[in-house]
Design a protein around this ligand. Structure first.
Ligand code: DGL
Length: 356
């Protein structure tokens, strides 16, 4: 090859690499938005209606069209999985959603998944996906406290942030995330602690990070087992055993516990004050139901960081009861239901509650 043609060859190669480089740099992540309803899809009659509105009205394509800036952070497409207020989501819906997420994350052309959701049970869905979807790719659940029609609606920025996190390489392997109010929470820890303000979602042990103008700032990792390190797999689950929550306070009676047992519940979450306390009149009832094969799981409705200890005020070893560790009753229900797909051994179930 002559000197001149070698120079041309090098020049052409450099130009090609520059083009490829810039194309690669412009190559945005592919993020799929799975819409399920909630206030983020809500609509009110007036801009002053921040709390009076109808949820689960706006379809996913309109949500995406309402934020053209999404195209700056990712290649986005949407699917409407269902259109519900999240208080109406049932176990079957969780399975449908989980199986769709599992299928999508297996695709090479999907880099992350966002789920738009109602705030009421965001914490349940996010924890469920954290337990059963085997992927390192980001799965981000997002919601809003105000409908898009209201002044200072929070849904647009929440969704923009969620798509940005879902397309982020540094969000890989962190478990299912919940992005709300510029904050990145673990789906395991987060809970809706306030029901009327944008800062509604809190994590008792602290959020994982923050997102500001498309940049993620991480502060901690989730220590509990999740996603690829979970023994549970949505692709192996076709039904979730019935687990019910009985809310206890003063003057508690056994009516709900017996009704749940008669309705075929496999476990009852005893949602109690303090350290999962059990009224003395209820102890023999729970012992009787345990004797009939029902699992009894003591949880607490102390809401800013509960922590139920074994054999503290109740002899759990003697009664063969389980404690829900730091999980609130609604998350304890999710974990119990998933765990019961694999075992009904109380010692194995207690291990699961310590590890997840
Ligand atoms: N119906 C409630 C839900 O879908 C509305 C609350 C909200 O999404 O913020 O969870």
């Amino acid at each position: 090859m002559g000197k001149q043609s070698f120079k041309h060859w090098i020049g052409a190669l450099a130009a090609a690499m520059l083009l490829a480089g810039s194309a690669f740099a412009q190559q945005k992540p592919n993020v799929v938005i799975l819409a399920t309803g909630g206030t983020i899809a809500g609509a009110g009659a007036d801009v002053a209606n921040s709390a009076t509105y109808q949820s689960a009205k706006v379809p996913v394509d309109k949500l995406i069209a309402g934020i053209p800036q999404l195209a700056n952070v990712a290649n986005v497409r949407g699917e409407q999985v269902f259109q519900l207020g999240s208080e109406s989501i049932r176990n079957e819906d969780l399975l449908t959603l989980g199986k769709r997420v599992s299928a999508l994350v297996k695709q090479n052309d999907v880099d992350g998944v966002v789920i738009t959701h109602g705030t009421d049970t965001t914490e349940e869905t996010a924890y469920f996906l954290n337990l059963v979807v085997k992927t390192e790719k980001p799965i981000v659940v997002v919601a809003s406290m105000r409908p898009g029609t209201a002044m200072s609606a929070d849904g647009m920025l929440n969704l923009y942030n969620a798509v940005s996190v879902a397309g982020s390489k540094d969000a890989h392997g962190k478990g299912t995330l919940v992005v709300m109010n510029d904050t990145i929470h673990s789906g395991r820890d987060v809970s809706k602690m306030i029901n009327i303000r944008p800062e509604a979602f809190q994590s008792p042990w602290g959020p994982l990070g923050m997102i500001v103008e498309g940049k993620n700032y991480w502060f901690r990792k989730l220590d509990k087992r999740h996603t690829t390190n979970s023994e549970f797999d949505i692709d192996q689950i076709d039904a979730l055993p019935l687990v019910e929550i009985a809310y206890a306070g003063g003057n508690v009676n056994d009516t709900a516990y017996r009704a749940f047992a008669n309705a075929g519940a496999k476990a009852i979450i005893h949602a109690a004050p303090g350290n999962g306390s059990v009224a003395k009149t209820l102890v023999p009832v729970l012992q009787e139901l345990r004797g009939k094969g029902l699992q009894i799981i003591r949880s607490t409705h102390v809401n800013a960081g509960g922590f139920v200890l074994r054999n503290a005020e109740q002899p759990d070893d003697k009664y063969d009861w389980i404690v829900a560790h730091d999980l609130n009753p609604q998350k304890a229900r999710i974990l119990a239901s998933v765990a019961l797909t694999k075992t009904n051994d109380s010692k194995e179930l207690q291990r699961v509650f310590w590890e997840y």
